[in-house]
Design a protein around this ligand. Structure first.
Ligand SMILES: Cc1cc2nc3c(=O)[nH]c(=O)nc-3n(C[C@H](O)[C@H](O)[C@H](O)COP(=O)(O)OP(=O)(O)OC[C@H]3O[C@@H](n4cnc5c(N)ncnc54)[C@H](O)[C@@H]3O)c2cc1C
Length: 587
């Protein structure tokens, strides 16, 4: 089984030293969330993830969720663990106190998301979509819906789902067919089938609250005719008590490559009673409240799985002896594999990407809180712009890097990584869904280029932020060489952006074929920007914790010298155009 220890020191470093967004720091709501409280929460969270949830990862993989006689059962141990999880209040961590939540900011809850993803993504998913559904109802439900449904979702005794996908519609939601017909009492009757629904059915909670996209009979075609409905598995009376079973049943569950403990369900809606959320035909944009926040969390899933893969690869490389290193002093026998340059390179690839991602995710958590809660609408909107720019980047970059890192970790284990005993191949399989769900990574990159780059000049503003950081750091002798490197690659990124803007109208195939590379380039720049801010603090604090900050400085140097130059090849490859792609005749 893979082992795991929560990287609290790194998380607390970010919380203490990089909570540097002035607009976040004035949020009244979080004035009392200080480092002592953060540390206390992270330590408690670490206990539950390391002791209670981590052991469930292997169980869930070997004894997946089952479906028998119409009933979905979670793997052994899930029920007891989930009960402890909700009794201790972990589902409610970031929810609003008005509905029983603890009201913690994303600067804390995103660390918890990372820990849970490291320990067991399958187990995490049962509460993750509940929080997503909670957010959507919280922002768009009317008061009576919120009063009836939110308190039990916050307690965790009811869970939530997100029902978009149908057999003919995955990426292209305009094709969806599920029907919703209004009844005389104002409710709707839903009929249709949804597939691939995470936590669509299970035995952990008393009720499941489905958020379903469907069409009313008079709705326009395409995405403009989609409405959002709340459909409980068991109907709920006005006083919040449970009523009769609703017309929702489970057709089957999927047999999958990974996240086997998570039940992925086919759900049949046969005249199920639903309540409309928000205005008719505006369902897709409302669902995006949930999906955008979820996409960031999917990126964090990739980060969490990368962290546990790295920790295990590092530990193994300190135990396994094979071959002689170039500077070997060993007379008989072999050296530890961590002494080999290529293994060290691979470990530092992982470490520098993971720590850069954690810093970027922490920066984004602050922006997200500002975008949700700042009093000044202009500041709020500017933060929201940056969040919307970075959402596809974090979702795709972190999940793709998760594939690279879990694969490299497996490589460090050699044959023992490919076989099941060490739990490393499971991390690779579990992570493989993250570039697919919540909108595939290709589609994220298309969204980034065709929507986000052409929206206002958000990208120009983002580049300005980075230029300011570079300017500030060019005056510092020790950081100057790295600041200059970032400057060099930022210039390439700006050229790439201009190339896209120039071609976006008349050479669409060229641009479409460049989206994936562009997302990677912007992601690498965002990581480097995060590293530069980390470096600045690390030099200032060096004398206080030499070991920790020296490691930061060396890892940053590795990142700027060995990872950032990947930008060059993405840029050259992408701007070569699409002739050899679109003219090719596949047989
Ligand atoms: C384990 C699991 C859990 C899931 N959980 C949920 C859930 O809880 N709720 C839910 O609603 N759905 C869920 N899904 C569905 C998931 O979100 C979809 O599988 C995903 O959005 C892709 O849709 P698709 O599978 O139909 O692929 P398709 O949309 O058919 O895409 C196939 C390929 O074509 C590419 N493609 C599609 N359109 C374009 C385009 N315009 N340009 C370029 N390339 C394109 C895609 O990137 C992909 O590579 C889940 C799926 C799985 C496997």
């Amino acid at each position: 089984m893979a082992t795991y220890s929560v990287p609290i020191e790194d998380m607390m470093f970010l919380f203490e030293k990089l909570r540097d967004n002035p607009h976040y720091n004035v949020l009244e709501k979080y004035k009392e969330v200080n480092p002592n409280l953060a540390k206390d929460i992270l330590e408690q969270a670490a206990k539950i993830t390391e002791n209670l949830i981590l052991p469930l990862a292997k169980v869930g993989d070997e004894k997946p969720a089952t479906f028998e006689n119409g009933v979905v059962r979670t793997p052994p141990g899930y029920k007891a663990a989930y009960k402890k999880f909700i009794d201790d209040g972990w589902v409610s961590l970031s929810c609003d106190p008005e509905y029983g939540g603890q009201g913690m900011p994303k600067t804390i809850s995103s660390f918890f998301d990372e820990m849970l993803s490291s320990a067991s993504l399958s187990f995490k998913l049962y509460s993750e979509l509940s929080i997503g559904a909670y957010n959507c109802i919280f922002h768009h439900g009317n008061n009576s819906i919120k009063k009836i449904f939110l308190p039990n979702m916050v307690k965790g005794i009811w869970s939530g789902t997100m029902c978009l996908t149908e057999s003919v519609c995955g990426t292209d939601l305009g094709l969806l067919k599920t029907k919703a017909v209004e009844q005389s009492n104002g409710t709707y009757e839903l009929t249709g089938q949804k597939i691939f629904i995470t936590s669509g059915d299970h035995d952990l909670t008393e009720n499941i609250i489905h958020l379903v996209l469907a069409r009313t009979p008079d709705a326009p075609l395409g995405t403009k005719g989609i409405s959002l409905f709340l459909v409980p598995k068991i109907q709920v009376k006005e006083d919040g008590s449970l009523g009769p079973r609703n017309g929702v049943s489970t057709g089957s569950i999927e047999s999958k490559m990974g996240i086997k403990g998570s039940a992925t369900c086919v759900l049949n809606f046969d005249g199920a009673v639903g309540h409309i959320i928000g205005p008719k035909n505006e369902g897709l944009s409302l669902m995006f409240t949930m999906m955008n926040l979820e996409r960031i969390v999917v990126g964090i899933q990739g980060l969490g799985i990368s962290e546990i893969a790295y920790q295990n690869a590092l530990n193994y490389s300190k135990e396994r002896k094979q071959g002689k290193s170039n500077s070997s002093k060993t007379k008989n026998g072999a050296d530890l594999i961590i002494d080999h340059a290529d293994i060290r390179r691979s470990l530092l690839n992982m470490k520098s990407i993971i720590e850069g991602e954690r810093a970027l995710s922490f920066w984004l958590a602050q922006q997200t809180e500002v975008s949700l809660h700042h009093k000044d609408n202009k500041i709020k909107e500017e933060a929201l712009d940056l969040v919307s720019l970075m959402t596809p980047v974090v979702k795709s970059l972190f999940s793709d890097m998760g594939m690279e890192i879990t694969s490299d970790a497996m490589q460090i284990f050699g044959g023992y990584g490919y076989t099941k005993d060490q739990g490393i191949e499971q991390l690779y399989r579990d992570n493989r869904i993250t570039p697919i769900y919540e909108g595939t990574n290709s589609v994220q990159s298309i969204d980034l280029v065709f929507r986000k780059l052409t929206n206002k000049d958000i990208i120009g503003r983002y580049f300005k932020l980075i230029e300011e950081e570079i300017k500030k750091n060019k005056n510092q002798e020790k950081i100057k060489p790295l600041a200059e490197k970032l400057d060099e690659y930022l210039k390439i990124t700006i050229s790439f952006t201009n190339w896209i803007k120039k071609n976006i109208k008349d050479s669409k195939d060229d641009v479409s074929a460049a989206c994936n590379d562009y997302l990677k380039v912007l992601g690498l720049i965002a990581l480097a920007y995060s590293w530069l801010r980390v470096l600045d603090v690390s030099y200032k604090e060096l004398s206080k914790n030499k070991k920790f900050f020296e490691a930061k400085i060396e890892t940053a140097n590795f990142f700027f010298n060995r990872i950032l130059p990947r930008i060059d090849s993405h840029y050259k490859s992408a701007t070569s155009g699409s002739k050899y792609i679109m003219d090719f005749k596949f047989n």
